[in-house]
Design a protein around this ligand. Structure first.
Ligand code: SIN
Length: 294
């Protein structure tokens, strides 16, 4: 099936795919072309989708094994592969996780094996607010001053859910001792090599608390500087949701951030499938920005 790839930004970060079957039941050559577009643009936007949970799961599964989110309580009844986000209720009971994903992050960055990608489907979206903002972490890495890249190359950051859970999820109960044991701190390379594109991305996020080999008084402000750098307008794409939109993002080279909406007036119900990932690869110390000659 022929389809059009329309870039969403002048840098080529993000692309809308036009002309695909709304159920995403794709023949193999079309699927391969979609997957390649994902590696090329990091974020894919699909409009006017009309997918059952089975079709949502079936399409995502072609990209890799699926991850089941825990705690299980936010997963769609009968479809544990679908994590429900938003304030929708059924029979007076919340069906999804409210206020998930506020603050720039990539999914699973605080786990030993972070998630490779995620596919969010807008089932019910508010007429205003509730946008999702995406950041291009290849561009963020490439735009860092050379001295900063040299300082970070070969180093890892420590990500800690235990230290920051109360900061990012003040509206949720504190972690239990068992949950703390289940989510130990992890170290990930800050210059991360994408296993499919071979490109280097800045890998930092809201759970990062320490940089390897740096005292706290140097590492913490550097993490703040890197996070602020990654959120510069030139690296961002803001998705304004319409019902039937789907956005597939690559957690290995992007960050994203949910934004608020009026929860008293509007309902937002999003269904997310999440891909298992791999241990993040350290980019070689010689990683230089694409397009820069040495
Ligand atoms: C997420 O972080 O997966 C949720 C993003 C959103 O709801 O906009």
């Amino acid at each position: 099936m022929a389809f059009e790839i329309r870039p969403l930004t002048s840098s080529g970060f993000g692309a809308e795919l036009i002309g695909l079957d709304p159920t995403l039941a794709l023949d193999e050559p079309t699927f391969q072309a979609v997957q390649q577009a994902w590696f090329d643009h990091s974020i894919l936007v699909f409009r006017g989708l009309d997918m059952t949970p089975e079709q949502h799961i079936a399409f995502t599964r072609r990209l890799g094994p699926l991850h089941i989110m825990v705690p299980l309580q936010y997963n769609l009844d009968g479809y544990p592969e679908i994590f429900v986000v938003g304030n929708a209720e059924e029979g007076g009971k919340a069906v999804g996780m409210r206020r998930a994903g506020m603050g720039f992050h990539s999914d699973g960055e605080d786990k030993a094996i972070p998630n490779a990608g995620s596919f969010l489907y807008g089932v019910i979206v508010p007429p205003e607010g509730g946008d999702t903002i995406f950041a291009d972490m290849y561009a963020a890495w490439n735009a860092l001053p050379e001295a900063t890249r040299a300082k970070l190359s070969g180093r890892r950051a420590r990500f800690s859910r235990v230290e920051l859970h109360h900061v990012h999820y003040p509206h949720l109960p504190a972690l239990t001792e068992q949950q703390k044991l289940d989510r130990p701190d992890v170290w990930h390379p800050i210059a991360r090599k994408h296993p499919r594109s071979g490109r280097t991305a800045l890998y930092i996020g809201r759970w990062a608390v320490e940089i390897e080999g740096m005292p706290a008084e140097e590492g913490k402000p550097l993490i703040e500087t890197l996070c602020a750098h990654a959120q510069k307008p030139e690296f961002l794409y803001r998705h304004r949701w319409q019902p039937g939109d789907g956005v597939l993002w690559d957690n290995r080279c992007t960050q994203h951030c949910a934004t608020p909406f009026d929860e008293e007036r509007y309902t937002r119900r999003m269904h997310r499938t999440t891909l298992e990932g791999e241990v993040p690869l350290l980019a070689s110390a010689a990683a230089v920005p694409q397009g820069v000659s040495v």
